[in-house]
Design a protein around this ligand. Structure first.
Ligand code: MRU
Length: 347
């Protein structure tokens, strides 16, 4: 595993509890919060202490460990019936990232097989989910980097980095690997309104890991492409439908349209836990809409004109036809053929 540019771990199991790096206050403060109760873990996901599709899934898995411990302590052998409520609490935290539901299902299956105290076996599974995610990111890094030509500039959106995963990142994993190989000349990052995952998180983690990054406003992307400064847009995903449509942070669809117009290639890096073969196309992916105050206010103070309203969908869907390549840990899919993803998932 390439250890270069890889120092950040936002989700840590510490002795008997979960610790999450508080991503709401980065980069001003670097602070972990401790969790002992699954309801608090669900709140942490909803409130964006932890965010990014794979990171949400991993966090939910550890949340189930805490839930099982508490249920077993209170309800003894009836813990399995009682814990269903906790699965529902976690599942209700955020709707779009399918990794959340994938992780809950995987932990549920393990629950069915347990006899006696569930905590050790569930903790082992949560650790496995975390470690597999990091390994998948390194594999995607390698595969994605192999597609990038020497001397390329890249543009990324939101934060699909170490902070959004167990570590190393999906889109930023590809960027880390390609940068380590000397292929990338410039990394550009969209600020990513309204949560500023680009300027707060992507910039922080790339700088921390020694990769220079240039920020631009979301609205500058077309002009950046027009200057010939980027050859690839590289993003992550929250859910990929069976036909290759890609849900990701609001604004990703804009970039894909712009990339097509300017002849820039468009890469989506995502583990297979992000692929949802149960939804035929992006039309069926639930898109989270968050509080309009996230747009109307800035830093807790009203920014927008009083009396106005705001629409705050936080994801959009990029049609498969605009995607050059989907990079997963199992291989690269180029979407000329509708059955490509199906073949990959059956491997
Ligand atoms: O609202 P967020 O910050 O959870 O949105 C995150 C994204 O859209 C990421 O790009 C996506 O989850 C891929 S993360 C590897």
């Amino acid at each position: 595993m390439n250890k270069q540019h890889d120092t950040i771990r936002p989700i840590v199991w510490q002795d008997d509890h979960l610790e999450l790096l508080d991503q709401r206050i980065l980069p001003a403060e670097y602070k972990f919060i401790s969790y002992h109760d699954v309801r608090d873990v669900a709140d942490a996901i909803r409130d964006m202490v932890v965010r990014g599709a794979p990171a949400i899934g991993i966090t939910a898995a550890y949340g189930i460990v805490l839930a099982a411990r508490n249920r077993f302590a209170k309800q003894g052998d009836n813990w399995l019936a009682a814990i269903q409520e906790d699965f529902d609490t976690l599942a209700a935290s955020r709707p779009t990232a399918v990794n959340l539901f994938w992780a809950i299902e995987r932990m549920k299956k393990v629950c069915q097989e347990i006899d006696g105290n569930p905590e050790p076996r569930l903790l082992q599974e949560a650790h496995a989910i975390l470690e597999e995610d990091i390994a998948a990111n390194h594999k995607m890094g390698e595969l994605g980097a192999s597609l990038i030509e020497q001397g390329s500039g890249v543009l990324t959106h939101c934060n699909a980095g170490a902070l959004a995963t167990g570590g190393y990142g999906t889109a930023l994993g590809v960027i880390r690997s390609a940068y380590a190989q000397g292929k990338i000349t410039e990394v550009h990052a969209d600020e990513t309104r309204p949560w500023m995952q680009g300027s707060r998180l992507t910039a922080w983690e790339l700088i921390k890991d020694g990769i220079p990054v240039t920020l631009n406003t979301d609205g500058a992307a077309a002009w950046l492409m027009k200057q010939g400064k980027v050859q690839w847009v590289i993003v992550g995903s929250d859910r990929i439908a069976a036909n290759g449509d890609v849900a990701n942070k609001i604004g990703t669809y804009n970039l894909a349209v712009l990339a097509k117009y300017h002849g820039v290639k468009f890469m989506v890096a995502a583990p297979t836990s992000t692929i949802d073969m149960s939804v035929a196309s992006g039309d069926h992916i639930p898109i989270e809409t968050r509080d309009s105050n996230e747009i109307l206010n800035l830093g807790g103070r009203r920014l927008a004109a009083e009396g106005g309203s705001a629409w705050n969908p936080v994801f959009d869907v990029t049609p498969a036809s605009l995607v050059t390549a989907i990079v997963t840990e199992k291989g690269v899919v180029e979407l000329q053929d509708n059955n490509e993803l199906r073949k990959l998932m059956l491997n």
